[in-house]
Design a protein around this ligand. Structure first.
Ligand code: SF4
Length: 182
């Protein structure tokens, strides 16, 4: 029997009406496993021949399906290192974003921060980069590096002024300023 596609968890409409956070909440580790199980492990793997750098996508998904996320992360690292050509920067950015989420899932805030910062600093993508800068700022706050978090939010605001995440950071800055003036 075919495994159904996993629905992406998202904020309840009544809750998201009152905030500017991302609507999609991301898969849990269990959902990521089930989603990866949908790979048919095709003998001729058209995904590999169609990939500009020949990444072993079925191997990546097999590892993720078995819950071997460290092994899956190695495939993402491989993808990032192979996608060095300028025309493949988008692929590299996605690989770094995947590594960041994997590190965050494992509770490795330092590694997650490094990858999110790589996405934020090295790339220019209106979807990936605001999220990466926002996540990096949140992690910096958690790590007690408030000034760097603030600088990250300023960068987000300067580079992507129309992003909802940018406006969220702005509101936080205004709250801090109000506190400071009180
Ligand atoms: S990811 Fe590749 S191997 Fe898996 S089902 Fe798709 S084409 Fe086949």
């Amino acid at each position: 029997m075919a495994i159904p596609a996993q629905a992406m968890p998202s904020q309840d409409p009544a809750v998201r009406r009152g905030n500017m956070s991302e609507v999609a909440l991301g898969y849990s580790a269990e959902q990521a496993q089930v989603e990866a199980m949908r790979c048919l492990q095709c003998k001729n793997a058209p995904c590999v021949s169609g990939c500009p750098v020949g990444i072993r996508i079925p191997d990546f998904l097999k590892a993720a399906a078995a819950g071997r996320f460290d092994e899956a992360a190695k495939h993402l690292n491989d993808a990032a290192s192979r996608a060095a050509a300028p025309e493949l920067l988008g692929l590299r950015a996605h690989a770094y974003a995947g590594l960041a989420r994997n590190a965050e899932e494992k509770g490795d805030a330092e590694a997650a921060l490094r990858y999110y910062m790589s996405v934020g600093i090295l790339f220019n993508d209106a979807t990936l980069v605001p999220e990466a800068l926002h996540k990096a700022a949140t992690l910096l706050d958690k790590l007690g590096r408030g000034q760097e978090a603030q600088a990250m939010r300023e960068e987000l605001k300067a580079r992507y002024p129309d992003s909802p995440l940018s406006r969220q950071g702005q509101t936080r800055t205004e709250r801090r300023e109000e506190k400071g003036n009180a």
